[in-house]
Design a protein around this ligand. Structure first.
Ligand SMILES: C[S@@+](CC[C@H](N)C(=O)[O-])C[C@H]1O[C@@H](n2cnc3c(N)ncnc32)[C@H](O)[C@@H]1O
Length: 393
């Protein structure tokens, strides 16, 4: 894993077509660091880069071991290249899921796979050893990061100025902060106390929807694991109507619960916005295969998340129509719920130099206002330290 030496204008969007795109979350973070001269040494590889080193689909250790053994046997029996076989799994014919949404996502992925950009981005071919390791380095790194960054900060409302990244020590933890940010560590219910009537062109949120996985973590590990959850009524109480400008967009990462999804979409009028599109984020490995598919057999649900995009009435602005059912794929970070930079794909549908707000944020973006109970968690200095192999095994 080595750092890219040359970063172009927008490394986050590798390819954007009419119905689908490839984005590179790791390159986006690298680009921010590069633009603001964070690097001092040419060959450093930082911990956050290790989190994107997803070589094989996520499997139970026993399953991964069996695949490693099978790959080794096959390698002895035949000289047929593995990569050809792997691609069979990415067509809708071999998927047992006949669901239209999944078929649409798989067929968009097939179209993306045929592009030179896809082939140049997802060049990795996993080895039997990679299966045997079952992403252990990423999992260890994630555990260490989540432990190191498990700090409860007091309420705060801060900002950074220009002039590059700065550091701030709070509660014994060091944070690396990008320039030109406003960060608020508070409950989103209090957002209007901080914004003094300011309105935004773009509001993105990834709410802590009520969810069995987080609930289970909390009950097994106590309140330190997982975060507090919100029901639809509480989410709809967020005063989006007071935060969005006319023509502004709100993007909401969805729950996976179909009835909650439906109820939420039907209640969007509360925010005085109209649902204009649903997009899909498909998570893939470094080899470009869905992170829960393996060798032509779908052993679990296709790994994608939905994001709902809604616009406040268009008066006063003329905006391009947003395509519905747009599919974008990227390698996810190993951190639970860590979302890719959706804004990079949506900015062409916004006013020039938009004012942006992230609710339930865990990291900061230059030029943005961010609010959340863990607003600085992914700015923790542990992410920006050098990746040391000995730490990862
Ligand atoms: C699903 S995560 C967001 C993850 C984020 N999109 C990312 O990419 O890292 C939800 C976050 O909201 C925080 N949170 C939960 N309830 C909150 C509330 N009432 N107000 C503000 N933040 C809250 C949680 O602590 C958690 O950090």
């Amino acid at each position: 894993m080595s750092r890219r030496s040359c970063l172009s204008e927008d490394m986050a969007v590798v390819l954007s077509l009419e119905h689908g795109a490839i984005i590179d979350h790791e390159a986006w973070i690298l680009q921010l660091l590069d633009q603001h001269n964070f690097y001092h040494h040419e060959k450093r590889t930082l911990n956050f880069q290790g989190l994107f080193d997803i070589r094989t689909p996520f499997l139970m250790d026993g399953q991964a071991q069996k695949i490693a053994e099978r790959l080794e046997r096959k390698r002895e029996e035949t000289l047929e290249p593995k990569r050809k076989k792997k691609k069979k799994g990415l067509t809708s014919e071999t998927s047992p899921h006949k669901d239209a949404e999944q078929d649409h996502i798989l067929s968009t992925l097939s179209a993306l796979q045929s592009t030179p950009e896809f082939k140049a981005t997802f060049t990795y071919t996993p080895t039997p050893d990679d299966y045997r390791m079952n992403n252990i380095k990423v999992r260890n790194l994630r555990t260490r990061l989540m432990e190191a960054s498990n700090v409860t900060l007091a309420r705060l409302d801060g900002a950074t100025e220009g002039g590059g990244f700065s550091t701030k020590v709070m509660c014994g933890s060091k944070y690396i902060l990008p320039p030109h940010t406003r960060y608020i560590c508070d409950d989103v219910a209090n957002i209007l106390n901080h914004t003094s009537g300011e309105r935004f062109d773009f509001v993105v949120m990834d709410p802590p929807w009520q969810n069995k996985h987080v609930k289970r973590k909390k009950s097994v590990h106590g309140s330190k694991q997982g975060y507090s959850m919100m029901n639809i009524k509480d989410i709809l109480k967020i005063p989006v109507d007071h935060l969005l400008k006319a023509g502004g967009l709100v993007a909401v990462w969805s729950t996976s619960n179909p009835s909650h999804m439906q109820e939420f979409l039907q209640s969007l009028h509360t925010w005085d916005v109209e649902h204009v599109a649903t997009w899909y984020w498909l998570k893939v490995t470094k080899a470009g295969e869905p992170i829960t598919l393996q060798e032509g057999r779908c052993h679990s649900k296709l790994p994608y998340e939905r994001v709902f995009i809604a616009r406040r009435s268009k008066t006063g602005g003329c905006f391009e129509d947003i395509p519905d059912k747009f599919v974008f794929c990227s390698i996810p970070s190993g951190i639970h719920s860590h979302k890719p930079p959706l804004y990079k794909l949506l900015k062409r549908f916004l006013a020039p130099q938009p004012q942006c707000l992230e609710l339930f944020a865990r990291n900061l973006v230059p030029g943005w206002t961010s609010i959340g109970l863990e607003v600085l968690r992914l700015q923790h200095s542990y992410l920006f330290e050098d990746l040391e192999d000995c730490l990862c095994l």
